[in-house]
Design a protein around this ligand. Structure first.
Ligand code: VIB
Length: 220
């Protein structure tokens, strides 16, 4: 069973399936998958995603603070370093190919979609506990694993312009992160009483999934 199909995450995904599908199978994602997405749209997405990742790294710092044990702190700290040292750097190098500097990326105004999503995550972490925050963040972490897997299954296109993006998330390294994330969410859910607060968690998860779908649209 795929990591997004099992455990607490699998239940949330199932119960939010209409919104989840609008995120995973968005027109933007289909166009990215078949290579027809205009380069300019991809570049605009990468710049917003760079801004998004800055805040997502901060959300992991908050997750480390709220983690109930050292194992959770380690996971959050590792994820934060991966974002600031690897993932953000990947976005910077891709944009550099189009002659855009990191300073220009950082100075680009956030779209409303970026603002809403990132501040929602931070707010869930500040007002809620580690489980509220992890559930809200899980749409991002697990969704890209599912998208990568789906796009790879559709078959490679010759000289695909977005092959490196797809391979990053379809690759075994990232798929293993999704496996770990599903297990970590189950463990945290058992510890912090997911069963008794499931309706609230589902609402948080549904909102995060709506915000992912809106991120593709990039409403300015
Ligand atoms: C809007 C948006 N949603 C999800 C991701 C994917 N993502 C963000 S951080 C991270 C690493 C998690 O440990 C992953 C996979 C993204 N880049 N942009």
């Amino acid at each position: 069973m795929k990591p997004w199909e099992r455990g607490l995450f699998g239940r949330l995904r199932h119960d939010a399936s209409v919104v989840w599908k609008s995120y995973i199978d968005a027109p933007f994602v289909r166009a990215l998958g078949d290579g027809s997405l205009p380069r300019e749209d991809f570049r605009a997405y990468l710049v917003q995603d760079y801004l998004y990742l800055n805040h997502f790294a901060r959300a992991y710092a908050l997750a480390a603070y709220k983690a109930p044990d050292l194992a959770g702190m380690r996971r959050a700290a590792r994820s934060m370093s991966t974002i600031v040292d690897v993932e953000a750097a990947l976005h910077v190098s891709l944009c550099a190919e189009w002659g855009m500097t990191e300073a220009e990326m950082a100075a680009t105004p956030e779209t409303l979609a970026t603002l809403a999503y990132t501040r929602f995550l931070i707010e869930r972490g500040l007002s809620g506990d580690a489980l509220d925050l992890m559930v809200a963040m899980s749409a991002c972490v697990m969704g890209y694993a599912e998208i990568g897997d789906r796009l790879r299954e559709r078959g490679a296109v010759e000289n695909h312009p977005y092959a490196s993006w797809i391979n990053t998330y379809a690759g075994s390294d990232y798929q293993a992160i999704a496996e770990e994330e599903a297990d970590a969410l189950d463990a945290l859910g058992a510890r912090l009483g997911a069963e008794a607060r499931y309706e609230i968690l589902l609402a948080e998860f549904t909102t995060a999934s709506r915000l992912e779908a809106a991120f593709w649209t990039g409403a300015a």
